[in-house]
Write a protein that binds this ligand. Structure first.
Ligand code: TUI
Length: 314
């Protein structure tokens, strides 16, 4: 499949792996890139030197293009922003904020910059600031989310900007990918589906929780204090949501989630840890290799787009 995104990034399939905190490390990113998509390393809240090591490790594992996600709420964001320049990373995506302060530095270094946006206003701002593309991320996504759904955000952003749009949030198979293309996207960013991949260095209990998730298992914590995070329901989310209903604020609630994503991803504590995952977890029924995911999604997407066109236009 050829789109402006496959051309821009020099990749075979228009599939980008989300830069997920604690999950998007070198093995996963390299596996996605080796499969023909774009792997991303998640800077998350890691110190800059840890991100530098991840970049160097990823280079050992693939000679294909890969990128780094800079999480702008990180206390180390400024240093990570510098490291991607020093390490000559080809592609940077950003999340959870406005990357305006780093834009000229990255563009001067020849980096392709793709901010994740959750609104039309932010997408327009990023286009004016020189972004090469945007990821329009709907609130079906796991982790830190905005308000709009993928179904409404993607066409609205596609209408509002001239740069290519990558759809994210609720996409885990060829049907979702085809739907995103119908909404005006030229690639998809996929998170949860890659967490449940054989190459993801994630505790088996976390993968199993995704594989067993039902449609109603998704919860959002932190809406009351303006830091909404989507994850799978468990003891932690029940307690969090109960305390939120009692009117507890961000500071009081933060202790519940401190280190809790790492606890789930690395220790497999899916009861008290934070199991970030998108709503689409419920259609994921087995762990697959990154190659199976990338090739399977693309093949199904192409077939669906061809078949449906014939079915509805006869
Ligand atoms: O960043 C994400 N998802 C994330 S980051 C993350 S680490 C974290 N953990 C706990 C609490 C908070 C963060 C886990 N998941 N997705 C990209 C994304 N960006 N979604 C929404 C946004 C966003 C929101 C507001 C982007 C920009 C924005 O405001 C723009 C502005 O002008 O400030």
């Amino acid at each position: 499949m050829k789109t402006r995104i496959t051309e821009l990034l020099g990749i075979e399939y228009p599939i980008i792996q989300g830069g997920m905190a604690w999950v998007a490390e070198a093995h996963l990113a390299a596996a996605v890139s080796n499969a023909g998509g774009l792997g991303l390393l998640g800077g998350a809240s890691a110190p800059a030197e840890v991100v530098r090591d991840m970049i160097r490790q990823c280079r050992e594992l693939t000679d294909k293009p890969f990128g780094v996600n800079v999480m702008l709420m990180s206390p180390y964001a400024k240093d990570v922003a510098q490291v991607v320049v020093e390490e000559k990373v080809g592609v940077v995506t950003t999340g959870a904020g406005n990357p305006g302060a780093y834009m000229s530095m990255w563009k001067e270094a020849g980096i392709k910059v793709i901010p994740v946006v959750a609104s039309v206003a932010h997408a327009k701002l990023m286009e004016r600031a020189g972004a090469d593309a945007v990821v329009a991320e709907g609130c079906e996504s796991g982790g830190h989310i905005g308000e709009a759904t993928t179904m409404t955000l993607v066409p609205a952003v596609a209408d509002a900007v001239g740069i290519p749009v990558i759809a994210a949030g609720g996409i885990a198979d060829g049907r979702g990918m085809a739907a995103a293309f119908m909404l005006g996207a030229e690639a998809v960013q996929v998170g949860t589906r890659f967490v449940a991949s054989s190459e993801a260095v994630v505790h088996e209990a976390y993968k199993d929780r995704i594989v067993k998730a039902k449609d109603i298992d998704s919860a959002v914590t932190g809406r009351s204090h303006g830091h909404p995070v989507r994850c799978l329901r468990n003891q932690m989310t029940r307690e969090y949501i109960r305390l939120e209903a009692e009117g507890k604020g961000f500071e009081e609630l933060e202790y519940l989630t401190l280190g809790s994503l790492r606890k789930a991803v690395q220790e497999g504590d899916v009861t008290n840890g934070t199991v970030m995952a998108g709503q689409i977890a419920s259609i994921i029924h087995e762990v697959k290799s990154c190659r199976e995911i990338v090739e399977g999604m693309s093949a199904d997407c192409e077939r669906i787009m061809r078949d449906r066109a014939e079915r509805y236009t006869r």
